[in-house]
Each structure stands twice: as C-alpha cells, then as structure tokens.
Design a protein around this ligand. Structure first.
Ligand code: C2E
Ligand code: CA
Ligand code: CA
Ligand code: CA
Length: 274
C-alpha cells in the first residue's frame, strides 16, 4: 500500500508540475499577445427577442488565437488572466472593440462580460464612462454581464461601481444565473436589470425538474421586474418552452454562434434597415 501511495504521488506530482509550468508558459504567451496587440480578437454572439425573433443585442466574447495551440478557450485563459492581473487589459480591448462597434452601427446594443474582481478594481467605472464618452456612445447601449470571480472582492466596492455606472445609464445583468453565488439572495443586494439563466439549466430542460426550475426562475425574475435571457439555447423544444414561460431574450447555437466582428456588423447593420 505504501509503494502504491508513493507511486500515485509521483504520477500526480509530475502531472501537477506539468500543469503549473503550462500555466506559466500560457501566461507568458498571453502577456506577449497583449504587448504585440495580436492574437486577441472579439467575437459577437447575437441575442434575439423570444417573441418576435428580432435581433436584440450582441454579446462581446474574447477570443485568443494562440500561434501554436490555436484557439484557447476563454474558460481557460480568463481565470489565468484574473490571477495574473492581465484581465484588465483584456477587458479594455474588448470594451474598446465593443464601443467602436456601437459607434459604427447606430441603434444596436452590446453586452460585455466583467468579473466581480474587475468591477471592484478602483477606477473601473470611470474607465468605462471614459471609453463611452470618447466614442460618443450613449451609456444605455452598453450592458455589463457580471460573472463571479474566483477571487471574491469586497462587496461594497462592487456595489459602488454598479451604482455609479447605473446612474449614468449603463445596464447590468447577472451572468450564469443559478450557479455559484449568482442567486436571488445575492441580487437582493445588487441592483441589476437582467438575469441570464445559465446554459446548464437550459441544457437539462428535457427533464421535468429542470424545466420547472427554469420556469420558476423566469417567474421570480419577472415578479422582480427583471428582464430574462436564456443562454445556450440549442433546440426548438427549448425555444418554444422558453417562449411559453415568458422568457424575454434567447441566445444559443440554435440561433447563432458567436461571429467574427465583420460578420456581426453585416448582420446588425442589415437588421437596422428592416
Ligand atoms: P458566458 O459569458 O456565459 O458566455 C457564453 C458562453 O457560452 C460563450 O463561451 C459562448 O460561446 C457559449 N455558448 C453560446 N451559445 C451556446 C450554446 O448554444 N451551447 C453551448 N454549449 N455554448 C454556447 P465562450 O466564448 O467560450 O466564453 C466562456 C466564458 O468566458 C464566458 O461565459 C465568460 O464568462 C468568459 N468570457 C468571455 N469573454 C470574456 C471577457 O471579455 N471578459 C471576461 N471577464 N470574461 C469573458
Ligand atoms: Ca456572458
Ligand atoms: Ca453565461
Ligand atoms: Ca459562463
């Protein structure tokens, strides 16, 4: 048993070493990508009105095309960026791209993601308002999707940032609603305009219990006067159930994948003419 234990440790230990050095290598590569203004791009996923099917907004999503690894998932590099502090630079790039898009295509709305850690960083609200002003974009055309951070910040700083930006007209959504700390008990204290029901619940809607949970989340949100977006909509069955439940907006591969900037502009600009 002793030998087996040591063996396990050896295997586990070397695996850990590899993971750790990979992380460090990846972090160095991310730093370089930011310095050289290359490899990082913003994609846009359309969000549609559930009842009419009209284009409602676009969600800006960061993409990293690594020179040898290809596309690295944000689920991998965002946590890394948070730990290393690079997240602020990435967000600034995404926000800049989104505001440029808002200036280019009048009438559209765009949502960007920001972790609690970012929102709690000093000067965040002023930086956002500064970028909006520079592009002469009305703050109410921007929505910020608040995602939980692995590194939980001081709650009061988060609340100050949100109230400053909301007073200026910026909208807020709670992302990945239903998971982790993104629950109704939490949003009692944080003022938001919308919840985005996490795709894990939508993916399980063929099960009666999950369907009931989704329906209840929509009813409770409506009772509180909040808008509701369902993310990860992949089937017609999910779409029609969500329509029946009174969900406001739908997002998912059934409707559209995240699109490169130019494709998203064509789509959004075309929609304006209709
Ligand atoms: P999220 O904000 O929940 O974004 C939705 C994710 O679901 C996106 O993954 C999107 O591509 C994916 N998705 C959309 N429709 C479907 C569908 O029908 N089925 C499935 N299975 N997936 C769908 P992505 O782009 O890989 O982003 C992952 C996460 O990384 C995001 O989750 C967000 O939390 C984070 N992220 C992305 N860009 C940024 C950013 O600029 N800043 C910050 N702080 N976080 C970001
Ligand atoms: Ca999001
Ligand atoms: Ca989400
Ligand atoms: Ca997510």
């Amino acid at each position: 048993a002793k030998a087996a234990g040591r063996n396990t440790h050896a295997i586990f230990g070397s695996h850990m070493d590899e993971l750790l050095s990979n992380r460090r290598a990846l972090e160095a590569d991310l730093r370089l990508a930011l310095q050289t203004h290359s490899q990082l791009e913003t994609f846009y996923q359309p969000v549609y009105a559930a009842d009419t099917g009209a284009l409602s907004s676009l969600e800006a999503l960061a993409r990293w095309k690594h020179p040898t690894l290809g596309y690295v998932s944000p689920d991998q590099f965002i946590p890394l960026a948070e730990e290393s502090g690079l997240i602020h630079e990435i967000s600034a790039l995404v926000l800049e791209d989104a505001c440029r898009m808002l200036a280019e295509v009048p009438g559209i709305h765009i949502a960007v993601n920001a972790s609690a850690l970012e929102l709690a960083s000093p000067g965040y609200a002023l930086r956002v308002l500064g970028i909006l002003a520079r592009w002469q974009v009305q703050p109410n055309r921007l929505e910020i999707e608040l995602t939980e951070s692995a590194m939980a910040p001081e709650k009061s700083e988060l609340e100050t940032t949100i109230s400053t930006l909301r007073s200026a007209g910026v909208r807020f959504a709670i992302d990945d609603f239903g998971t982790g700390y993104s629950t109704f008990s939490r949003i009692q204290r944080i003022e938001v305009d919308r919840i985005k029901i996490d795709k894990s619940f939508i993916g399980e809607m063929h099960q009666g219990a999950s369907r009931a949970v989704v329906s209840a989340m929509i009813s409770m949100a409506k009772a509180k006067g909040l808008l509701v977006t369902a993310e990860g909509v992949e089937t017609d069955e999910q779409r029609s159930a969500l329509q029946d439940f009174g969900c406001d907006h739908l997002q998912g591969f059934l409707l559209s994948k995240p699109l490169p900037r130019s494709t998203a502009i064509t789509l959004a600009a075309g929609d304006q003419k209709v």
